[in-house]
Design a protein around this ligand. Sequence first.
Ligand code: GMT
Length: 373
Amino acid sequence: MTYRIGILCYPSVGGSGILATELGMKLADRGHDVHFITSSMPFRLNAYHPNITFHQVEINQYSVFRYPPYDMTLSAKIASVIQSFGLDVIHAHYAVPHAVCAALGREMAGVKTPIVSTLHGTDITVLGEDEELKPAILYGLRQSNAITAVSHSLKRETEERIAGDLPIQVIHNFIDESVYTPQIDPTLRERYGLTADDRVVIHISNFRPVKRVDLVLEAFDKMEVPHKKLLLVGDGPLMGAMRRLVAEMGLEDDVIFAGKQEQVAALLSISDVHVLLSDKEAFGLVALEAMATGVPSVVSDAGGLPEVITDGEDGFVVPRGEATIAALAMQRILTDTVLQERFRQNGLEKSKRFASQDIVTQYERLYEQVVTS
Ligand code: GMT
């Protein structure tokens, strides 16, 4: 059975947008008719696909508005797509405003199109802390016909903070197994000025406070490993501060800022260890991407990260905020080639559990459930 599916997500760089876009593309490959309703073209939606339609939400800039009414426009667009294309299901990624707008759009269209809402993390762990927003989040979740969370940890947090009485199903994030696989590009290391002796630590994030890039720098600085290099990929509000910190720490020669990149599989492949020391992390898609590319991770014990990385099996899970422990963990992987290879092989095997093949089927089953009930 194939469906007409409306997908709401943030189109810019970010785990929830990436996941929603990849899901839409995989669903289209399976014959579903997929409609992205977003403010701009999702950044990974880079290939033409006959089963995908992109509906741009135009933002009204009328001068009387101090804040353009994006949520209203998005809801109206959802209503119009429901009416024009007869959507069978709406899949909202991220509670705010998408779950809420899905409910409003459906109401405007005067229909009962089922809504699946997927919680990704900060929509609950950060925005759910805001008492002014909480009722809106709860409204969006109550209006949903099914709610999913990307990890057991996020399901627990949602039950504790917001909606203890609502059923939440865990569907883990996935990777495109055809993209995230060990890659060999002999020229790439060279292009980043890396030599064969260099031991490369990689961190990829949106440089927001929650990612603790400062702690990554501190841990890297503490590591006693010859020829160590740190590859920082991504961009965000703390980029300026991190550049200054690198200079203050005297690490300019060892830290490479690669900026925002789309082809992270290739960059992961030239690295020896991946590090993510976030204070909060509902899942940590990038740790899964590293694992599938054959790169062991050192991650903090935040949120769902221990559901991705198993301590001592395919990487190390260290306590939050502990730079010294993280430094020792990275050092062990970089200096013990037997351990590194064991983690790498275990990770490659484990990443198959998160292959798109199975996870997309779990979403399809859920669509069937909400459409037929
Ligand atoms: O990590 C971010 O700040 C971006 C955020 C997003 O919404 O794009 O990521 C969240 O969703 C990802 C996809 O499900 C998860 O892998 C990330 O762990 C989660 N981030 C946090 O919980 C901080």
